[in-house]
Design a protein around this ligand. Structure first.
Ligand code: SF4
Length: 151
């Protein structure tokens, strides 16, 4: 099974602050799968970098820099489209929960005044996976059954 997964979950130091989100339990659960790592933000902006948020605008939901207010969406969307074109046979997408790029149904959405509108939004990379009909899960939803089973 081919699994596209946020690179930070596999230990790459590609977070906005130059750290990772290495999730050893999740990675061991995926043993035997072919993991294909991605990080749209590191590719487009490097690490470390300024944070961004999903903001509801007149042009739709956009990724806006916390520092400059610039719309950073296009670079992420282009990366996502290229990634899925290069890997047309992905069976499962696992995104880092709450990320404005990778979160599947857990990203925060704000309005222009920074009022929280939702905590169940889809990040821009995950949106492309869903658009292509790929089964997509937040990392926390892959790991939670293990916690449940262990009581
Ligand atoms: S959540 Fe996504 S964009 Fe953020 S560091 Fe991880 S892979 Fe990169």
């Amino acid at each position: 099974m081919k699994v596209a997964i946020s690179a930070c979950l596999a230990g790459q130091k590609c977070r906005y602050d130059g750290n990772d989100n290495h999730d050893i339990r999740l990675i061991s659960k995926l043993e035997g799968c072919e993991l294909i790592l991605f990080c749209p933000e590191d590719y487009a902006f490097g690490s470390p970098r300024a944070r961004m948020d999903l903001v509801q605008t007149a042009q739709g939901i956009r990724a806006i820099s916390d520092v400059t207010g610039a719309d950073l969406s296009m670079s992420i969307e282009q990366y996502a489209q290229t990634f899925f074109k290069m890997h047309p046979d992905i069976d499962l997408f696992i995104g880092k929960d709450r990320s404005p790029s990778c979160g599947v149904c857990s990203a925060k959405l704000y309005d222009k005044e920074k009022k929280l509108l939702s905590t169940e939004e889809t990040g821009l990379m995950a949106k492309e996976a869903k658009k292509r009909g790929i089964c997509a899960l937040d990392a926390e939803d892959v790991i939670s059954p293990i916690v449940f089973n262990k009581g």
